[in-house]
Design a protein around this ligand. Structure first.
Ligand code: PEP
Length: 255
């Protein structure tokens, strides 16, 4: 497994946190802490209304700002939704799709995740595609089947060329925001299953070049061990992405 073929990406998911002023202050604080740490890409995905302030604060730095979701239609009667065209018009390159909170609370399915993924890719964006098993599925011993199926459904009809702009975030749902973390071995093994699935779909070259992050209570204490694993190419960070020093420690662990 040649990890050097892949980009390490440390991405924060702010969820429903930070007003524009709070985002400006946060980026101002974190900017010097991650400056010059170019062994990984640094991204913060922000609520729609906070994106412009975060972008302005991050200008000239190594920090990129993304969105937390995108709709699949180009425009139309979808009250409350935002299209990929709207995001790219605002200079947004990255977008999280399929986060478990979207699946759990907002009825998103593998089908809608796939539609959103294809729309974002068609608009030229980079997608952070989230998938992972719930607790009962892990306890039932069907994690591999679940993540493999999600990978296939969520990336249906995506091309090998488009895969250059897909990052997968393996996020065991039982570990998100719970303080429970997958062991480095569990994270590595399941990221490996996702990579094997990518190989069957797109071939070895694409599978080896795709960044697969781990997400689920990654923090300043466990990041180094998780990131050292051969199949773990970065992290999607919730809680710890709201505290500059904690996020810095994770970026440092990726250096
Ligand atoms: C997330 O929101 O994707 C996440 C991993 O959250 P946390 O780090 O808080 O578990």
């Amino acid at each position: 497994m040649n990890k050097s073929k892949r980009k390490v990406v440390i991405a924060g998911n702010w969820k429903m946190n930070f007003t524009p002023d709070e985002a400006t202050a946060f980026i101002g604080a974190v900017k010097p802490l991650v400056a010059g740490k170019d062994a990984c890409d640094v991204v913060f995905c922000a609520p729609y209304v906070t994106i412009a302030a975060a972008q302005a604060a991050a200008k000239g730095s190594n920090i990129k700002i993304g969105a937390e979701n995108v709709h699949f239609a180009e425009k139309g009667a979808y009250t409350g939704e935002v299209s990929a065209k709207m995001l790219t018009a605002c200079g947004v390159e990255y977008v999280i799709i399929g986060h478990s909170e979207r699946r759990q609370y907002f009825g998103e399915t593998d089908e809608t995740v796939n539609l959103r993924t294809k729309a974002a890719l068609a608009a030229g964006m980079t997608v952070i595609l989230c998938l992972g098993e719930v607790k009962d599925q892990r306890l039932a011993g069907i994690t591999d089947e679940v993540v493999s199926m999600q990978t296939k459904l969520d990336l249906k009809d995506v091309t090998a060329e488009e895969m250059k702009r897909v990052i997968i975030a393996y996020e065991p749902v039982w570990a998100i925001g719970t303080g429970l973390t997958a062991t480095p071995e569990q994270a590595d093994e399941t990221c490996g299953v996702i990579r094997k699935t990518l190989e069957t779909m797109f071939g070895k070259e694409v599978a080896e070049a795709t960044t697969i992050q781990y997400g689920g209570s990654m923090n300043e204490k466990n990041a180094a061990e998780l990131l050292a694993k051969p199949n773990v190419d970065g992290g999607l960070i919730g809680g710890a992405s709201l505290v500059p020093e904690k996020f810095q420690a994770i970026v440092d662990a990726a250096q």
